[in-house]
Design a protein. Sequence first.
Length: 367
Amino acid sequence: MKYSNDKRIVMTLDAGGTNFVFSAIQSNQEIVETIILPSNGANLKLCLNTIVDGFSKIKEKLPARPNAISFSFPGPSDYPNGIIGDLENLPGFRGGIALGPMLQEIFGIPVYINNDGDLFAYGEALGGLLPEINEKLRQAGSPKRYKNLFGITLGTGFGGGIVRNGELFIGDNSSAGEIWITRNKVTPRCYAEEGVSIRAIQRVYNENAKVKSGNSLSPKEIYDIATGSADGDKVAALKSFDQMAEIIGDALANAITLIDGLIVIGGGLSGAATLFMPRIVKELNSTIESIDGNKLSRLDSKAFNLDDDSELKSFLKGEAKKITVPGTTKILTYDPMKRIGIGLSKLGTNHAVSIGAYAFALNELDR
């Protein structure tokens, strides 16, 4: 894994609406016990003091001076310049807060801020799903290799991130990969996140099970009902995950058409993948119509579930064959099967974000 033997130290932060989790990474490993502090997001002065206090406490634990600070923070933000915009979960941030420059002034080291979806995708591209699949293709004797990855996170929201040819792609406005605001297939007047989130699972279950919204079960409880491990309305539970998967699949079909690479899924709701992954793949492999009603494939490539053994086998095999260069005796291996794979995080969401934050900082320092 890139930077696995690098001795430079980067202090990190996982910023949530409720808590801030501080740590430090060296050689792709956490080297201190995490520090968890309340975010105090409604009070800007207290929130900023909390961030400085958290990093200061981490710095005291380090065996050497840190080389950078790198962390995920919610958007909207001007990430390259470290300026945080108006945040819903942290209402104290209004009008543009220069968080990155402030921390750089205080600690005297470079500061890098990104979206958690971006860093998750970057971590999986460097040390997770992407290299694992490429290694399996190599072992299978396939000439196929992947360089691009689209990562999504499923939880309180519907996050996304793009890695192109080993580099994190954030766009000109720090808004690349914002899949949450694509159109919701089931409710077209709404954005996708309204159907792809914890609140969506709860809402759809409540609507179909005729439960009052104030009595919402957790997604884990709904999952247990869907799998028969707990009592409840199983049909409604299955419907909640199936509908979410349909919306995810449609959003991913639009995104991956433009990106053309592997897809990795993380976040708290990814633990229910056995319920929704087949439906996502089905949606990706569905059809779309021309104006006169002729059907064609939704994607230019075929999608495979990389966590299903039989589908993974077909994905790795492809349609590789030997061809001769005209006029010569030279033999080439050619695989005409256009295909993409979708699989679960190999690092775990939190670790992937940390690896992404660490690698991004070191990559920037080395430029």
